[in-house]
Design a protein around this ligand. Structure first.
Ligand SMILES: C[S@@+](CC[C@H](N)C(=O)[O-])C[C@H]1O[C@@H](n2cnc3c(N)ncnc32)[C@H](O)[C@@H]1O
Length: 277
């Protein structure tokens, strides 16, 4: 059903939380500081990492819809959110989480966003958010989304959109070849048409500006070090599989590349906050 296992999402969650851009997060918090409640739609929610990281920025009463096409990730997300909360109440399909002084009502929606985004926006969320999602979508999808979110008069907060920058430590000559092939793989159709891949972040910024929003953006890179060994290892493995699948790089080059012992990696992301002007 999905290329994203709960284990992979677990592995990246703390690196994602560290990487988030603080200036953009502060702007989000400031925007909603005078409100007592907010409704939020999370696109490609996976196991709920975006809710765990973003809810502290938002008002005391929150109503989240977590949308993902993979029901097993949403199920795993429900369990993780219950563990994360101080207390919870389950009320039919709805989960109510108490965390600190916040009361967060969560609904889980299995939805293919390539087809069902507009229906979710028709429910009039006040904030549309996503993390690590838009590189999977297409330029057409981003164009449609920016227009629809603007028409719905919602704010928009996308964190950790991959922006095409990567640097491995130590550097090896084959790194550039691998990155180029990885990007070619990233731009294959992931269900939304040819994927935006490394262009997703700049496309989001452009499209929300074109639709008249005030747009803030900031870098949110992973700066992985020795302590992130497992994540670096998984990244390398993922790159090798993708590059091997897409072809164009000699298998021996890929094997040698995988066998280089890396002590660090920089992976560029961008956070974007857009509000109707
Ligand atoms: C990289 S994961 C990010 C998950 C989560 N936002 C996080 O930060 O951990 C991308 C998510 O997008 C979801 N996804 C991919 N294509 C989708 C589609 N067409 N409709 C709905 N969800 C989709 C995947 O199932 C996965 O949960």
């Amino acid at each position: 059903m999905s290329d994203f296992s709960p284990e992979w999402l677990d592995l990246r969650e703390s690196a994602d939380a560290r990487a988030r851009n603080h200036d953009i997060a502060s702007a989000v918090a400031a925007r909603f500081a005078l409100r007592s409640e907010l409704s939020v739609l999370d696109l490609g929610a996976g196991t709920g990492a975006n809710l765990r990281a973003t809810s502290p920025l938002l008002p005391q009463r929150q109503f989240w819809t977590l949308a993902d096409r993979d029901p097993t990730l949403l199920e795993a997300g429900k369990a993780k959110l219950i563990q994360w909360a101080d207390r919870h109440e389950a009320d039919g399909e709805v989960l109510v989480l108490i965390k600190g002084n916040q009361r967060i009502t969560v609904r889980f929606r299995v939805a293919d966003l390539a087809r069902e985004t507009q229906a979710l926006l028709d429910e009039k969320p006040q904030l549309v958010t996503a993390s690590a999602f838009f590189d999977l979508t297409s330029e057409d999808y981003i164009r449609m989304l920016a227009k629809a979110v603007t028409e719905a008069k919602a704010a928009f907060y996308a964190t950790l959109t991959y922006n095409g920058l990567q640097k491995w430590t130590p550097h090896r000559p084959a790194d550039n070849q691998i990155t180029a092939a990885f990007h070619r793989h990233q731009m294959r159709d992931k269900g939304f048409g040819p994927a935006a891949g490394p262009l997703a972040a700049s496309e989001l910024i452009d499209q929300f500006r074109i639709n008249g929003n005030v747009v803030l953006d900031g870098e949110s890179p992973w700066r992985l070090e020795r302590g992130d060994r497992m994540l670096i290892h998984e990244l390398i493995r993922g790159h090798a599989v993708a590059v091997s699948e897409i072809g164009g790089v000699d298998e021996k080059v890929i094997v040698n590349w995988v066998n280089v012992s890396r002590t660090g990696a920089f992976v560029g992301h961008t956070d974007v906050f857009a509000v109707p002007s």
